[in-house]
Design a protein around this ligand. Structure first.
Ligand code: NAD
Length: 329
């Protein structure tokens, strides 16, 4: 890849996934500009080799200026809000940040140097599905968050021809874990994520895991999710930039490992490590779906790519290692 020609703008670049994508691309000597309003991100996650712009994606003038001054050719749009539960009570906030925010990033690509647009969508667009879902499955978003991701996907598709960019929509399944570098990981748990929570509980004297819902139509009644290590997700972005530069072709890909774990199975891993762990069963959370697992045949066929961290233990251990470090930061 011609690294000099690749200037990458990452919205949400000070967030959990954004910082891992930045680190991965910097390791391949790409130039990164992180654009983030820090509403959920953290300065500690910003790589020293990144140019950082503190601004909101709804600031079109700023976006246009940054793209043109830096001759950006690839936008990776991750900036947005990511909690299913919060989205149900703060719909307007989610509409502004996720839908209007995406529309703004799209508009900033008009008459610009941007050729490639990569978007962080979510498996939540599928809703509740049986078995491993592929990209052809008609989306059926169940939560407001999922609706904002699906709406954003459609806007990206709609304007691709007019604004002359090719896109890759990545439907991430559940992203977890932390970089081997030990420098970045998830800070805070506003999004109430299971693996992060498990890592926090690991260091408590009396660990507690709350399981929301125990009568879903799954093997043990608790929700099933497909977890993917954040460093594999980060590498997928590098593969996508290469793909877009080479083929200039728009596409949609699921990003998971194709294997589902129930919440109870994961909670029991912690219980095995820490016998005193208490598992509490709570009411179902509105917006949660029973199960979602990826069919990743399309991704594997297109990229001939192998994940490096596809084991639930690697994910958990990296998360725990990061949590230990975070407590001493
Ligand atoms: N983590 C997952 O499992 C997962 C799964 C599917 C999709 N996603 C998507 O991936 C993206 C990144 O998620 P994350 O887990 O890193 O969350 P995160 O909250 O750590 O990162 C999001 C970043 O976007 C920034 N941001 C929010 N609104 C903004 C705005 N209006 N202008 C500029 N910056 C803004 C936040 O400050 C934060 O740094 C999100 O769009 C999310 O919907 C995440």
């Amino acid at each position: 890849m011609n690294n000099k020609a690749n200037k990458i703008l990452i919205t949400g670049g000070a967030g959990y996934i954004g910082s891992h994508v930045a680190e991965r691309l910097i390791n391949s000597k790409l130039k990164i500009i992180a654009f983030d309003n820090l509403s959920r991100g953290n300065r500690k996650l910003i790589n020293k080799k990144t140019k950082f712009i503190k601004a909101d994606v709804n600031n079109l003038r700023k976006l246009k200026k940054v793209i043109s001054e830096n001759n950006v050719n690839t936008v990776i749009h991750l900036g947005g809000l990511a909690s299913v539960a919060e989205s149900l009570i703060r719909k307007k906030k989610y509409y502004i940040n996720n839908v209007l925010g995406t529309l703004n990033v799209i508009k900033a690509c008009d008459k610009s140097s941007v050729k490639n647009f990569i978007y962080s969508s979510s498996c939540s667009v599928y809703g509740n599905v049986e078995g491993n879902v592929d990209e052809k499955k008609k989306p059926n978003p169940k939560s407001y968050y999922a609706y904002t991701k699906f709406k954003s996907e459609n806007l990206i598709k709609k304007f691709s021809k007019k604004y002359k960019y090719k896109y890759i929509i990545l439907r991430y399944f559940n992203v977890a874990g932390a970089s081997n570098s030990g420098k970045i990981g998830e800070i805070g748990n506003k999004n109430d994520r299971l693996i992060k929570n498990l890592a926090i509980q690991y260091f408590k004297k009396n660990p507690k895991i709350n399981i929301h819902g125990s009568n879903y139509k799954t093997k043990d009644g608790t929700c099933i999710r497909d977890y993917i290590h954040v460093s594999d997700i980060a590498d997928i972005h590098y593969q996508c930039i290469k793909y877009l530069n080479k083929y200039s072709k728009s596409n949609i890909f699921n990003c998971g490992y194709g294997k589902g774990y129930s919440v109870l199975e994961i909670a029991n891993i912690l219980k095995k490590m820490k016998k005193e762990t208490q598992i509490n069963f709570m009411k179902k959370r509105p917006g949660d779906v029973g199960q979602v697992k990826a069919n990743i045949n399309k991704f594997k066929k297109t990229f001939k790519w192998k994940p490096k961290f596809n084991s639930i233990n690697k994910i958990l251990n990296s998360s725990i290692k990061w949590e230990k470090k975070l407590n001493h930061l």
